[in-house]
Design a protein around this ligand. Structure first.
Ligand code: SPV
Ligand code: MG
Length: 438
């Protein structure tokens, strides 16, 4: 029955195969040669979590399904660019896009297909099974360390900018994992977590001077890992001695951590946000390069990243010094550069990024805009930044709220006012943790 000269377009992510997808492929193939518009990681990342399989793996599966004639990449969440490019005679889609967030995609696809003289076929959505339902089931099983570890690399390649938020316990891990908003029809959530030395130390009532040892930090990080699936970037402080750093790398990999960031400081480490108010002694370029090399030689997975953090601007040195170090650290094997500053205008960071990008267009740049927080992610991305870390915001927002509540109890000699004004209802806290109710 197939009319060989007609083309049928079917857009799909194709991550989890199920009978509903086979049904739509079979239906589509009845109308002509079935062209699959396979969503690229980049197209998906603007709207959803990355699929389990990467593009090549998904392509490999789908091109071997009976009824599929060819596969083309769909680089946009919207079907329109590919419909204009390939001008198919038909487009086929499940009728579930008539309502909900995909409605606008349907309207635009109808408009374009009419303009090019094509037709849209809508088939009843297969009841009782869907990729998102299956995904939820798989997600509830958790994630393997290897899958979590490699996901940061994929996110950096797929997204204009990767959005990371600090987590220092299980509860903040849940916030990082599950909080989402819809802004102008776009679904937004955090891509991963930052294990901050500042908030790990502060939440223990200790100063951020490497006084909380690695074993303790990793023990606590386990609480975040238990309840999340997203990638973690670990704040490795100075990385310690080279001989110790190689053990750190191995341990982090084993836990499924995606990256460690080490800073080029020596001696007693003080938090960078003190700037020159504290003594900030930088390592020599040679000294820090040897630490990077030791870490890179120690890792056993392909995807683990050792990111070099440059403290020149924190120590009051010029952008020139930061650039010289950046190129040397990349040459030594660093998988990314974190450039830090506590200046409020952000101009030193911008200059660094633009000048770095003139010579290096691919090494990921990580930024921690705690002080220059007026810039949006879009602006930071336009400077060439790939990863933005909101490094301390969970702890900084929780602490004042807790102090306010404690003071209110003292002022009123009871908890009525504090509960009414500052606390979430008991019912909500009881149901906050997934799986509470049996
Ligand atoms: C941290 O969060 O511990 C950091 C970033 O290292 S900063 O506090 O800005 O130095
Ligand atoms: Mg730190």
């Amino acid at each position: 029955m197939a009319k060989k000269n007609k083309t049928v377009y079917l857009g799909m992510i194709g991550d989890i195969m199920h009978p509903g997808l086979i049904n739509i492929i079979n239906e589509g193939a009845k109308y002509g040669d079935l062209m699959i518009g396979l969503f690229t990681d980049k197209a998906i990342a603007t709207h959803k979590r990355l699929p389990y399989l990467n593009y090549e793996q998904r392509k490999n599966v789908i091109e071997n399904i009976k009824g599929v004639s060819c596969i083309v990449p769909q680089d946009d969440w919207n079907y329109v660019p590919n419909l204009i490019k390939y001008k198919p005679d038909f487009m086929i889609h499940g009728d579930d896009w008539k309502e909900g967030p995909s409605k606008y995609l349907r309207e635009q696809a109808f408009k374009v297909m009419e303009e090019i003289g094509g037709k849209i076929i809508e088939i009843p959505y297969t009841k009782g099974i869907s990729a998102s339902g299956l995904k939820e089931t798989i997600d509830s099983l958790g994630v393997t360390p290897q899958a979590r570890l490699s996901s940061l690399h994929r996110l950096i390649s797929a997204k204009p900018i990767v959005r990371i938020i600090e987590s220092h316990n299980g509860l903040t891990g849940l916030i990082a994992e599950h909080t989402s908003v819809d802004v102008n029809g776009q679904h937004k959530e955090f891509d991963g977590m930052w294990a901050s030395s500042l908030t790990d130390s502060t939440s223990k009532g200790k100063p951020d001077i490497e006084a909380v040892d690695l074993t303790t930090r990793l023990h606590d990080l386990n609480d975040t890992l238990e309840v999340t699936t997203k990638p973690v970037i670990f704040d490795g402080d100075t990385g310690g001695k080279n001989e110790h750093f190689i053990f750190t790398v191995r341990t982090l990999e084993r836990l499924g951590i995606s990256a460690v960031i080490i800073e080029d400081k020596v001696g007693l480490k003080q938090n960078s946000l003190f700037g020159t108010d504290a003594v900030q002694t930088q390592d020599t370029i040679e000294g820090f390069c040897s630490k990077i090399k030791a870490g890179k030689n120690a890792q056993i997975t392909r995807d683990f990243m050792v990111i070099a953090r440059i403290e020149s601007l924190i120590a009051g040195k010029p952008v020139e010094d930061a650039l010289e170090r950046a190129f040397a650290y990349v040459a030594a094997g660093a998988d990314g550069i974190m450039i830090h500053s506590r200046n409020k205008d952000g101009q030193d960071i911008k200059e660094f990024c633009l000048r770095f990008r003139q010579k290096d267009d691919h090494t990921p740049i990580v930024a921690v805009p705690t002080t220059y927080n007026q810039f949006t992610e879009e602006e930071l991305a336009s400077w060439g930044i790939n990863v933005v870390i909101y490094a301390n915001h969970m702890l900084r927002s929780a602490y004042p709220a807790m102090v306010k509540c404690a003071k209110r109890i003292l002022e009123t000699s009871r908890s009525l006012e504090a509960s009414d004004e500052y606390c979430m209802p008991i019912k909500e806290i009881l149901n906050l943790i997934p799986g509470t109710k049996q």
